[in-house]
Write a new protein. Sequence first.
Length: 359
Amino acid sequence: MDTENGQNISAPEASCDSFSPSLHQKGLIPAMYSVIFVLGFLGNVLVVCVLCQRSCRQTVANTYLVNLAMSDLLFLSSLPFWAVYYSLDYTWVFGWVMCKACGALMSLNVYASIFFITCMSVDRYRAIVHPFRSQCNRSVCRARVVSAVIWVIAAISTVPNVYFRQLHPLASLNVTGCVFVYPSAHWYPAQALAKNTLGFLLPFTVIVTCYYRIGHHLLLTPTIEQGPEHLDRVLRMVVAVVLAFFLCWFPFHVLTFLSALMSLGIHMPCWLEKAVELLMSFSLCLGFSNSAINPFLYCFVGNHFREQLWRLYREKAPRLSQKRDSISTRLSSFSRKLSDLRDPGTPDTPTLRSASQSR
């Protein structure tokens, strides 16, 4: 059973004839990973560069955004290794250390990114629905402490994933893969159900609750400053946040839940077992795409980030223009020196030629 870029060794075999999905995964999955890596890496690097500028105002929201971008960047740095892994038909060629490191980064992002999104949702709820009450509690210092706690919790949640991930020969594929090797069959369903609960169900419940109350509050009490255009923009952001989170991670967690039930010996139709095996890798791609969507959803859609990006461009553009002018001046000076060196020898050629002809 394919799960999280590797087979679960301890899970029981499927009751129906299994098939190898590597034929379509070998080309399609690496291509999808490459697109996610390029878009996500560029977007998140730009987010970190803009929000970490001295001119950028340090806020609670920006603190969570930077940590979210850093979590996505850490995970995206491992994505090229998984792309090669799929392209080589589950052959891991990067060694035992990189197997555990890439697995750790993937698991860390699954928890950290969702926790930071949840914190951003709670912060927005408090700032919009309870603005006066939250003023005394919302501070950048407290947001940094919460972010540190989230990193610790995500790291602890990743420990079982790192411990059980090993280099193991896959006899059915005749390769050595980076897979989970559990001591007993009960470990996999326990870890899968914990991931469903801690990594999706609870955060999604909090996010939906926060944004439902935000939307309800804005519809009932629109202020003068929050006109119709502002209200529509906030509500669109609310819908986009909930839908992006749900659409990216819901399929993966449903398939993980079904896989856990099958590992417990619960009978499933043959077509469902094959569907889970086939769609697991694609559901991972969909979940990973959230790392590329996050910077566009939380930053580029927001007016504040666009203003900060434009301010950064206006600060850097004159310096880049001066450097460009300096380089062009040096190039023109160098070309003039070359022409000056070339010009004195030009009239000597016919003189030497006439002298040789006179001889």
